[in-house]
Design a protein around this ligand. Structure first.
Ligand code: ADP
Ligand code: MG
Length: 360
């Protein structure tokens, strides 16, 4: 994990992110346990993505961190201080939500200044700080536009400026890009990353989009049903998923029937090493990445005879789905110059990388 020293700060601000530490955090709604014991340590300036399916508790973690929600067990510390009794507006935390949450009849600057007024920043300082923040998010020339005159991406920039202008030491982003179209989403996530790195601000970014999480985060925490099931760098999660849930959720996989024999899984005559805890001999589903499947020739050793199901052109590469002899489907990622035709016979080879497997 790398932490870049802050190179730019808001005026008058030391610009250091806080250490955040969650210990066995529990949150229940009635009889429903939304968080069942979250442990998470975030270093100053670190960018953490919380990744998981809808309903797994991502927003609840952010609400607990921000003080919008009281927790029912465990502790949250910011720079070593237990914040249980610290109200939201005293927590040095900035938040950006999925929906734009701006006042449409206020200008971009007006919205940012309003956030500062809520934090009781003196009037003389508000305009300067709002202008600086609006510039930081690349909207310098749009400060006087009304929120309703801005595009979705621009509105989220204003929301980000509003959060940053309060000079928080922790920034919480709850699916801030999910309402935007694909291109703006990628652009804005890069910019959020740059700004948070420049400011050295500790950031927790919630998303259900695995590509987004892998692209921006120093570390990704994968959540399921109220707990963190694995945390690691994007590379660690991708290469060594601790469970089949993580393997399936992070990156694309095909689930192919195989058999565990003596600690490795046999898939159509190929023995693949197993990830994770040792498994008893018996039938399993092996989780195979498309980049570990290659198009082969009939004569190649271990070539598997398959039928082409469908093929998609993805610009820089092509992804093709094949039917294996046992009827199951497997995806391969390959050169665009190979152009498999639906229904045709083909041959595949499997790269000998370790795979996750679950009992079937
Ligand atoms: P995510 O953000 O990962 O989609 P949430 O943190 O919003 O998930 O919700 C986690 C679980 O807690 C869900 O099952 C959700 O229905 C439940 N939940 C969230 N907020 C409330 C609430 N105010 N009252 C009751 N249940 C809630
Ligand atoms: Mg949510």
């Amino acid at each position: 994990m790398t932490h870049t020293a802050p190179t730019r700060t808001l005026p008058g601000e030391p610009g250091s992110g806080a250490t955040v530490s969650l210990r066995n955090v529990v949150k229940t709604y009635g009889s429903h346990r939304a968080l069942t014991g979250i442990d998470l340590d975030i270093a100053p300036g670190e960018f953490i993505a919380l990744l998981g399916p809808s309903g797994c508790g991502k927003t609840t973690v952010l609400r607990a961190l921000s003080g919008l929600e009281r927790i029912d067990g465990g502790s949250i510390r910011v720079d070593g201080v237990d914040v249980a009794e610290v109200p939201t507006n005293k927590r040095d935390i900035g938040m950006v939500f999925q929906s734009y949450s701006l006042f449409p009849h206020m200008t971009a600057l007006g919205n940012v200044e309003f956030g500062l007024r809520m934090r009781r920043v003196a009037k003389v300082d508000r305009r300067t700080r709002a202008t600086d923040a609006i510039e930081m998010v690349g909207l310098g020339s749009h400060g006087e536009r009304f929120a309703h005159q801005l595009s979705g991406g621009q509105q989220q920039r204003v929301a980000l400026a509003r959060a940053l202008a309060t000079r928080p030491r922790v920034l919480l982003l709850d699916e801030p890009l999910s309402a935007l179209d694909a291109k703006v989403r990628v652009q804005l996530r890069e910019e959020i990353r740059r700004i948070t790195r420049d400011l050295g601000i500790t950031t927790v970014f919630v998303t259900h989009d695995q590509e987004e999480a892998l692209a921006v985060a120093d570390r990704v925490a994968v959540m399921r049903a109220g707990r963190i099931v694995q945390i690691g760098t994007p590379e660690q999660l991708y290469a060594t998923p601790a469970t089949t849930f993580v393997a399936d959720f992070v990156g694309l996989t095909s689930r192919v029937p195989g058999v565990v024999v003596g600690g490795a899984v046999e898939v159509h005559g190929v023995r693949l090493p197993l990830l994770g805890a040792p498994q008893a001999d018996g039938p399993v589903l092996a989780y195979i990445r498309p980049e570990d499947v290659a198009i082969a020739s009939a004569g190649d050793a271990d070539a598997i005879a398959v039928t082409v199901v469908s093929s998609s052109f993805l610009g820089s590469l092509r992804r093709t789905q094949f039917r294996l002899p046992d009827g199951s489907l497997i995806s391969a990622q390959h050169d665009v110059r190979d152009h498999p035709v639906a229904g045709a016979a083909a041959f595949l080879s499997l790269r000998l990388s370790a795979v996750a497997a679950s009992a079937r």
